[in-house]
Design a protein around this ligand. Structure first.
Ligand code: SAM
Length: 190
């Protein structure tokens, strides 16, 4: 079988390729669901300056250890808290990419999962922070009940975004049952 089949192995593979295309070294990024730090690590390897947020101290510790083990040099600011409230120091139109990898911490408490109302609030608060041409990347996990509700309501919301201001697309593998999916929102360049 060709090593190019499938061209994108997963929603995360696709998301990472999109981030590489979008980012330049020194761009500022928010990882709004830092978890075990896999995405934070990938973003740091792309040269981004990162704010990494998570509700759980345990997740932030795990992410910090991962970055230390990998000898990451890019600046990462870790913030414990809910992503429905971004730090006030983050100014409007200062962030190139905001990343959400929804759901619960792999290997952690499944009850501590992202919830539709806080995720929606967070995305609405994220919109003004993004620079023109920047983006919001959201990976959804409809394989569990809260994840399904979250995906449905996020898609409903994204349908309402003005196409003159936001380019919105949704990718899913349609022949993989309840596969994770990727929502990409890119802000129009002025
Ligand atoms: C699927 S995991 C993220 C995986 C991570 N991006 C990685 O690469 O390892 C989702 C994370 O979101 C966090 N989370 C859930 N609700 C949150 C909220 N309201 N604000 C910030 N983080 C939240 C969970 O604690 C969990 O660590």
């Amino acid at each position: 079988m060709s090593k190019f089949f499938p061209l994108f192995q997963s929603h995360l593979d696709l998301a990472h390729r999109y981030w590489i295309e979008l980012l330049s070294p020194g761009d500022r990024v928010i990882d709004a669901t830092c978890g075990n730090g896999h995405d934070t690590l990938a973003l740091s390897k792309m040269g981004a300056t990162i704010y990494a947020m998570d509700l759980q101290q345990k997740a932030l510790e795990s992410a910090k250890n991962r970055l230390v083990e990998e000898g990451v040099a890019e600046p990462v600011t870790f913030i414990q808290g809910c992503h429905s409230k971004f730090p006030e120091e983050i100014l409007n139109e200062s962030i190139k990419l905001i990343v959400y990898n929804l759901g619960y911490l792999p290997g952690g408490d499944k009850e501590v999962t992202t919830k539709v109302m806080t995720t929606l609030t967070s995305i609405k608060n994220a919109e003004p922070l993004v620079v023109p041409g920047g983006a919001i990347s959201i990976t959804c996990y409809p394989g569990h009940p809260e994840g399904k509700r979250e995906e449905e309501q996020l898609l409903d919301y994204c349908h309402t975004l003005d196409p003159k201001q936001w380019s919105c697309c949704h990718h899913r593998w349609i022949n993989r049952h309840l596969s994770p999916s990727l929502i990409l929102l890119q802000k129009e360049k002025c």
